[in-house]
Design a protein. Structure first.
Length: 335
């Protein structure tokens, strides 16, 4: 075993799950408790976090399970919030462990030398990073446990799930996950605004402006390697009135297709009728790192083609600027 492999096996990661729909202020307070245990805390909003414990073990002079129990007691006694704490030698193992704890809370620590045996006995959909569609594809093929996923030839999994997703699934089923815990506080929201040069009644003009903000927001999120869990649309009207509404996405995303669908639903919900618009703002909220979003199989060739085109357009934007290419509707109404 190389030095790097030995360090990876020795690394100890804590994954913490707070209750669903926990208010942001309470979530921030849980993050503060985590910072008391270790300086290396990675927020995974809206309700989860990662903690690197290797240095904390030396500082506190105790074992990993004890640190997990200390966190849970402090969270309950100080905040009234119960948490599920998974601990393991990698992000995948720790996150998989925390998901196996029944609500409302508890601690599950998986020692490095027990990882393989523990993972092998789990259903394939329990492995962190395997989404429902991926699990359905694997199960249909007869791969219904993590042990089977780790045992089948990698080429088979790559054929079933695709190259990148297949390689990741095989590695994680075998306990291989070299990703480090990266200190990160709650990410800021991303907001894109559009001010109309004149009071706007035309629904086509308003829809074109909304599409422009969608494209700009998607470009901003992808440039940050982030994805939004929710979108908020704020409309400003002549006379000083405003309208605002938030809607969550089915899955976190920074792709134009997904953002546009929710943005249009929000605009439809506004029921503009004869309202004279002066400005609109589209905000991506509950942002997460893009690499935390499970890659799902879409079985939709048209969508896959659009995503490939989107990546190519992003490269063009990066080289020539954001105004060089975009939806025809935006350019037509801007002219």
């Amino acid at each position: 075993m190389t030095t790097d492999q030995a360090a990876h096996r020795a690394a100890t990661v804590m994954h913490v799950r707070c209750p669903d729909r926990l208010p942001e202020e309470a979530y921030r307070q849980v993050l503060e408790l985590l910072a008391e245990l270790s300086p290396v805390v990675q927020a995974l909003p809206p309700t989860a976090a990662l903690v690197e414990l290797k240095g904390a073990l030396r500082y506190h002079g105790t074992d990993t399970r004890r640190l997990g129990e200390v966190l849970r007691v402090r969270s309950l006694s100080r905040l009234g919030v119960d948490v599920r704490v998974g601990i393991g030698p990698s992000i995948t193992v720790a996150a998989t462990a925390s998901a196996q704890i029944p609500k409302p809370g508890g601690v599950l620590a998986v020692a490095p030398d027990h990882v393989t045996a523990w993972l092998n006995g789990l259903p394939v959909d329990a492995l962190h990073g395997i989404g429902p569609r991926q699990a359905a594809v694997l199960t249909d093929y007869g791969i219904h446990s993590v042990g089977l996923l780790a045992a089948v030839p990698p080429a088979t999994v790559l054929r079933l799930l695709g190259g990148r997703a297949g390689r990741t699934a095989v590695d994680r089923a075998r306990g291989i996950d070299p990703r480090p815990v990266v200190p990160r506080a709650l990410p800021a929201a991303a907001t894109v605004r559009h001010a109309f040069t004149r009071h706007t009644l035309d629904g086509a003009d308003a829809r074109a402006a909304l599409l422009e903000t969608v494209v700009r927001l998607g470009l901003l999120l992808r440039g940050r390697d982030q994805a939004a869990r929710a979108l908020t649309l704020r409309l400003s009207f002549a006379g000083g009135g405003t309208w605002e509404k938030t809607r969550r996405l089915a899955e976190p995303s920074g792709h134009d297709d997904d953002l546009r669908l929710i943005a249009y639903q929000l605009m439809d919900a506004a029921g503009l009728q004869r309202g004279r618009l002066t400005a609109l703002a589209l905000k991506g909220e509950d942002l997460v790192d893009a690499d935390q979003v499970a890659t799902q199989i879409t079985l939709d060739d048209a969508r896959e083609s659009r995503l490939i085109a989107e990546a190519a357009i992003d490269r063009v934007h990066g080289k020539f600027g954001p105004c060089i290419i975009g939806p025809a509707t935006v350019f037509r109404h801007a002219s």
